[in-house]
Design a binder for this molecule. Structure first.
Ligand code: MN
Ligand code: MN
Length: 319
């Protein structure tokens, strides 16, 4: 499979993630790029169902080598766009989550590592259900919000609660969960209490600036160690100056550069999957939020390729 020939002009052809081949059969795929066009869990401004299509479009600007780290993921692995995890009943939240889970289970059982573009943040829950088959995962969570909220207006499942439910279902280990960039006004000072009570490490923006990017990276690596880890990136983690096209923007976040640097800092960790969520094209008039989303996705692909290479080396050493 020719992964990234880039023979054609980037404005031509059918848009796939990173201009990778479209490979819905999942055959011979190491890293599966997946769209999850679902926003049935959004509590206020919708539109993230349009995220995957616009991220595919903007991802045509990505190139093949990471200039900072030198990682060339499309040479190291077989990376393909395997299509959308399109729910069968897209207007029913729990049924949608079941379809999304089933899609990711297929990807995992085909031996591919999933990197996806959402979708609202509720989609991380069915993804974790598909991935955490051998016990709880570590979670590296970039967001302005902890997303460990309670029932909201009578609904248990929404984009503000996936990680509370993930703990309750044993999908993530709260003691190996780190949430980075939390801020914003609240209606209730107890809103993120579950994060603290369950033992998650919560880095609010004030502390982010005290620690600095390297300090945060050090903490992530120390907390997670070699545990299989999932990386979830809510684009509202970024200051709206960098990513205005999202449903719940919060002023006072980190920059896109700081975010990319933090993701690069995860190189060598035992990454088993990742997502970029909450890109909402209707609020993104210039497409720049989708471009940030595509760039974060590229960085996730790079650390996933490094994790796969490391696993391969470890397997060879054992053999
Ligand atoms: Mn979120
Ligand atoms: Mn958020």
């Amino acid at each position: 499979m020719n992964n990234h020939a880039q023979q054609q002009p980037r404005y031509s052809g059918i848009a796939t993630f990173m201009r990778c081949p479209y490979q819905p059969s999942l055959a011979e795929v190491d890293i599966a790029l997946i769209g999850v066009p679902f926003d049935g869990g959004v509590t206020n401004r919708t539109g993230t169902r349009h995220g995957p299509r616009e991220i595919r479009n903007q991802s045509s600007l990505m190139r093949s080598v990471n200039q900072t780290t030198g990682v060339a993921p499309f040479e190291m692995c077989r990376v393909a766009d395997v299509g959308d995890a399109l729910p069968e009943s897209p207007f029913e939240l729990e049924a949608s989550h079941r379809s999304i889970q089933a899609f990711f289970e297929k990807v995992v059982s085909a031996g591919a590592l999933p990197i996806s573009a959402g979708g609202d943040h509720s989609i991380s829950l069915p993804i974790l259900r598909a991935l955490a088959k051998d016990g709880p995962l570590a979670l590296v969570h970039f967001d302005a919000h902890c997303d460990t909220g309670d029932n909201y207006l009578g609904s248990k499942f929404h984009h503000g609660s996936p990680f509370k439910i993930a703990v309750e279902e044993g999908l993530i280990d709260p003691h190996k969960t780190i949430q980075i960039g939390i801020r914003g006004s609240v209606n209730n000072s107890e809103i993120w209490r579950f994060s603290h009570d369950s033992g998650m490490r919560v880095i609010y923006m004030d502390e982010f600036y005290e620690l600095g990017v390297q300090g945060v990276i050090d903490e992530i690596r120390q907390l997670v160690g070699d545990t299989p880890a999932y990386v979830t990136f809510d684009v509202d983690a970024l200051d709206p100056a960098y990513a205005v096209g999202t449903g719940t923007p919060e002023v006072g976040g980190y920059s896109s550069f700081e975010a990319l640097k933090m993701i690069r800092g995860l190189a060598g960790m035992n990454v088993v999957g990742g997502d970029v969520v909450e890109v909402s094209p209707p609020f993104d008039p210039t497409g720049s939020t989708a471009l940030v989303g595509a760039t974060v996705m590229f960085e996730l692909i790079c650390i996933a390729a490094q994790a796969l290479e490391q696993r391969q080396k470890a397997a060879l050493a054992e053999a």
